[in-house]
Ligand binder design. Sequence first.
Ligand SMILES: Cc1cc2nc3c(=O)[nH]c(=O)nc-3n(C[C@H](O)[C@H](O)[C@H](O)COP(=O)(O)OP(=O)(O)OC[C@H]3O[C@@H](n4cnc5c(N)ncnc54)[C@H](O)[C@@H]3O)c2cc1C
Length: 362
Amino acid sequence: MSDAIVIGGGVMGLATARELRRRGRSVTLLERAQPGRAASWASAGIVSDPIGSGDEPDFLLEQLSRRLWPDFAEELHEESGLDPELRETGCLIPAFDAGAARDLERVVRARLIPGGKLLRGAELREAEPALGPAVVAGCWRPGGNVENRRVCKALEISARRAGVEIVTGAEVRGLIVEGDRVVGARLVDGSRLAEHVIVAAGAWSSQIEGCRPVVPVVPQRGQILAVDRGAVSLRQVILTPNDPYLVPRADGRIVVGATRELAGWDPAPTAGGIAHLLARAIEVVPALASCSIDQIWTGFRPLSPDGVPIVGPGALEGLWFVTGHGPSGIGPLPGTIALLAALLFDEDPPIPPEPFSPLRFA
Ligand SMILES: Cc1cc2nc3c(=O)[nH]c(=O)nc-3n(C[C@H](O)[C@H](O)[C@H](O)COP(=O)(O)OP(=O)(O)OC[C@H]3O[C@@H](n4cnc5c(N)ncnc54)[C@H](O)[C@@H]3O)c2cc1C
């Protein structure tokens, strides 16, 4: 019997398990396949300053995470020997006509993009020489990316080294409940007992039987690809309104993502999805047209009905959730874990926890 069972080995489950172990708890992580091979692997790993107003829950979570990322990445590097490649490249939101440029200017003036700066003409071309003529202005803002596949691996190594028991091929069917308390997890082949059970099963979180409440997370499919950049020198993350985004990686790839589709569980990339991403990306950076395609893949984002992550205690004693991050689950990672850990250990939470409560679905 361990103090805690974590269901799911994506970034949320791995980072939760690592944090609990660092705080002295014995932890078993149950992963039905391999850790870090679902949405957390499929991601583009963009980590940027939040947009919007300072009293929205997402804004506060992302702001907190931005503060925590540098130390989080450094510690992971030290513990695992693997650099998660947190790179502060800056992000650029392009505008394609005068109207869109004016809109961007208004948003910048209203200070809804912290650190945002409108660039035009020579200043814009100098900041990002790879941009094509279709881009008439751009808003630069602080941000960058991590290599999310390295983050997953580093978290796994770090958690294992700290003493987390990671069980692969361990598919959880449901919770074991006694009265109003959860006492363990029922697997396809056997069971595990623990004082606390933390559901971090990503897009599959609603499928764990016996959860109270049932968190109504649905899969949002993202089609995404990477090209070998060749001679294309892209300096920063480009975030076009309504996608795609372009993310330059340290290893010479440029990641181009991603569609946002409610398409059930079909993992196959479609010709239409990939054509859409590439056509738009080439409009932004014409030189991409000559790049060779490195890889095409899909992933399922765990989408919550209100778009706000689900973090905190459930309606059974000992039951916790950390899921529902949708399109932003790598950027807000360190803040999410800080919030969950504070709630688990009865400490003052770093941001107001109520908007994230799973009990809003009770
Ligand atoms: C294409 C794409 C691009 C993205 N880009 C970005 C980005 O640029 N920036 C950003 O911040 N976010 C991005 N995201 C979102 C982010 O990747 C996710 O929100 C985040 O990775 C979710 O992590 P997770 O641990 O909740 O889920 P997952 O990584 O999906 O992990 C869930 C794990 O639970 C396991 N599991 C499920 N059911 C069971 C069970 N019954 N028993 C045992 N194990 C189980 C699964 O096998 C899986 O390993 C992107 C996502 C996608 C798909």
